[in-house]
Design a protein around this ligand. Structure first.
Ligand code: 6PG
Length: 469
């Protein structure tokens, strides 16, 4: 009896996805480059619907046609190498699905490469960590639209289900679209996490609250409009005691890691000419957290003394600011989708992207329902901040965000994500942003020309050296 799907890569994500598929009644073949992981998986976590293979040809031979082979291996060169091993032993019409965090440009190239051999290649964004993979992740498939129905049932079955029962899996677009959407999801994840960390710093150092109180505050926030996976797990983290006394969070070195997807998002935004300053700020904050020079700077730069700001009004201002800044982070991420959709010809459906983020993924939040609604109302919304719901929030909460950013600056607490949210709102909504002077300077030193407010056309001015002679 031939089997439904094959999974290559038996590290934690691959194993959990295979088990998830098996639980949904699919017959799954599994294979790993080194046999030890396959053996460990099938002996330690046996499942009636899973069969391990130790030879790539036998593994391929076990699958129904068109064969569906999902790669859950390390992004980068290993994916290319596996594709090259698979192409000669697959038949035209077979399907390779890359479920790793691959760079979307690589995915576009791999689609081309595979299509030369008549093979369909899908780049699939998967979010939700190991638990999501096991119990229901959010899934972002990109690739050939016509053959998508071949793989759709498996992925809709294993995906998380939103509150309305809909699977958090939808066809995103051709070639690298799925990995692109996942990349920006991660960029938003960076901004979201940075905001949460800044709220924590404010509560801890300006508010003077201890971990127990901060845990309680986050738990409270998680009952309202900020309800989300990340706020929920933050509440858990602050409550976690350490065997050495106190809480685990205080023993963790203050330097953040990253695998690169946030940085890719930031670099891509520069190429697209889209301002995603909060995501870039979040990347930089991780970079800064690792600077060895922080030790020296702490000694030589004198910080102002902290003034305590505790009280419900302060906590509420931090919360409102967090919510407002979060709107900006998503507005920026979705602006990048808008631009990419045009550049790469993907015809992205922003509402359905938001809808598959409602459950399963790391950035899942109550608030995603509102984003879905905003794009349902206006599929071509220029910027999320222009939707009535979000606009009302920004107008109602901007005073808090201003207050918190000013307070943080005067107290010497770094809040790059909060501050960039404020900057974005202000730059976007200011009648003058100083670009007229930039144009004048460019024209002065390089005859780069400018446009005038009072007449059509392009102008160059003969600037006089009043003071510089
Ligand atoms: C997810 C996560 C996942 C992973 C990233 C984070 O959606 O499940 O985004 O893909 O946590 O690797 O990357 P960093 O290591 O760069 O934080």
């Amino acid at each position: 009896e031939l089997r439904d799907i094959g999974v290559v890569g038996m590290a934690v994500m691959g194993s959990n996805l295979a088990l998830n598929m098996a639980d949904h009644g699919f017959a799954v073949s599994v294979y790993n480059y080194t046999p030890d992981l396959t053996e460990k998986f099938v002996t330690e976590r046996p499942h009636d619907n899973i069969k391990g293979y130790y030879d790539l040809k036998e593994f391929i031979g076990s699958l129904k046609k068109p064969r569906k082979i999902m790669l859950m291996i390390m992004a980068g060169a290993p994916v290319d190498s596996m594709i090259e091993q698979l192409i000669p032993i697959l038949d035209a019409g077979d399907i390779i699905i890359d479920g790793g965090n691959s760079y979307f440009g690589d995915t576009r190239r791999r689609c081309e490469r595979c299509s030369e051999a008549g093979i369909h290649f899908y780049g699939m964004g998967i979010s939700g960590g190991e638990n999501g993979a096991r119990r229901g992740p959010s899934i972002m498939p990109g690739g050939n639209k016509d053959t998508y129905p071949e793989i759709q049932p498996v992925y809709e079955a294993i995906a998380a289900k939103a509150a309305d029962g809909k699977p958090c899996c939808t066809y995103i677009g051709e070639d690298g679209a799925g990995h692109y959407v996942k990349m920006v999801h991660n960029g938003i994840e960076y901004a979201d996490m940075q905001l949460i960390s800044e709220a924590y710093l404010l509560l801890k150092y300006v508010g003077g609250y201890d971990n127990a109180k901060i845990s309680e505050i986050f738990h409270q926030w998680n009952q309202g409009e900020l309800k989300s996976f990340l706020i929920g797990i933050a509440a858990d983290i602050f409550a976690e005691d350490d065997e050495a006394g106190g809480q685990v969070v205080d023993y963790i070195v203050d330097a953040a890691g990253q695998k690169g997807t946030g940085r890719w998002t930031s670099i891509e935004s520069m190429k697209q000419g889209v301002d995603i300053s909060m995501i870039t700020a979040a990347c930089n904050a991780r970079v800064m957290s690792n600077q060895p020079g922080r030790k020296v700077a702490q000694e030589v730069i004198h910080k102002p003394a902290l003034t305590k700001q505790e009280g419900e009004a302060f906590i509420e201002a931090v919360r409102q600011s967090l919510y407002t800044a979060k709107i900006v982070a998503y507005a920026q991420g979705f602006s990048l989708y808008r631009s990419a959709s045009e550049t790469y010809g993907w015809n992205l459906d922003y509402g359905s992207i938001a809808s598959i983020f409602r459950a399963g993924c790391i950035i899942q939040a109550e608030f995603l329902n509102k984003i879905t609604e905003a794009y349902e109302k206006n599929p071509n919304l220029e910027n999320l901040m222009f939707d009535e719901f979000f606009l009302d929030k920004i107008n109602a909460n901007q005073a808090s965000l201003r207050k918190i950013v000013c307070l943080a600056v005067s107290e010497g607490i770094p809040v790059p994500a909060y501050a960039n949210a404020m900057e974005y709102i202000d730059a976007y909504s200011s009648p003058r942003v100083g670009a007229n002077l930039i144009q004048a300077l460019r024209d002065y030193f390089g005859a780069h020309t400018f446009k005038r407010v009072d007449k059509e056309g392009t102008f160059h001015h003969q600037w006089k050296e009043h003071y510089t002679k």
